[in-house]
Write a protein that binds this ligand. Sequence first.
Ligand SMILES: NC(=O)c1ccc[n+]([C@@H]2O[C@H](COP(=O)([O-])OP(=O)(O)OC[C@H]3O[C@@H](n4cnc5c(N)ncnc54)[C@H](OP(=O)(O)O)[C@@H]3O)[C@@H](O)[C@H]2O)c1
Length: 245
Amino acid sequence: MKIAGSVALVTGANRGLGQAYARELVNRDAAKVFGAARHPDQVTEPGVIPIALDITDPHRVAAVAAECADASLLVNNAGVMNASTFIDAPSLAAARAEMETNYFGTLSMCRAFAPVLGANGGGAIVNMLSVTSFYTNPFNASYGASKAAAWSLTNGVRLELHHQGTLVVAVHAGFIDTDMAALVDAPKVSPEAVATMAFDAVEAGQIEVLADERTRTVKASLSRDHELIYPPVQEFWDAAVQGSL
Ligand SMILES: NC(=O)c1ccc[n+]([C@@H]2O[C@H](COP(=O)([O-])OP(=O)(O)OC[C@H]3O[C@@H](n4cnc5c(N)ncnc54)[C@H](OP(=O)(O)O)[C@@H]3O)[C@@H](O)[C@H]2O)c1
């Protein structure tokens, strides 16, 4: 689909990657860009229309879908990462919050906007996923589980909406230079580069973006994950547990 002239909505548009997505849509001459955020006063990007939305609030999700009845592009960017392990986390609270936002929130948005996109010619959905959709990293284990679930839903929504011509794009990335990865000392891709790749894919009709070398390597290694992906992760985790990192 062409982004110029389209009407788009980006979740989590107040900062980080969501702000970069919104800016790139404005730069590509989208007719209207709704910037959805829990605190819409924080949506300051020029040309972006703030709209109040917590994606875990089903009433608000339904209301926003009605308010944005002309939308043809939905960017499910909002997400949380609580750096929580499976076993040693004090409770299930962090895992539940990640699943509630990254999986159920994204699913809720897809369900609410599917008829809107269908009525507007099909359009596109961009789901912001992660390299941790493909494998478990103990440092953010329950986050990875929520992104794996969101990857699964992305593939399923693509199948279910094929009949109405909706393009469903999965964007996977390793570390992106935003608040979420602020404490990480490792190579990071810029949010602007991710936004460019995602919307190039939308315009080219591509269903998947692997935004950096690490993500491409991990995806290519999936059929031999227990040989190629997990041994170095195990080594790093064991060193962390033994306090030698
Ligand atoms: N940074 C990375 O290394 C990385 C790598 C791969 C994938 N991702 C994914 O990229 C997306 C954007 O993350 P980011 O890097 O820009 O992180 P970020 O700087 O922490 O921003 C997260 C955004 O999501 C919003 N959000 C969280 N929960 C929400 C909810 N319930 N309803 C509405 N908005 C909500 C936040 O709003 P508030 O300001 O109100 O908290 C914020 O705008 C996420 O899906 C993340 O999982 C990030």
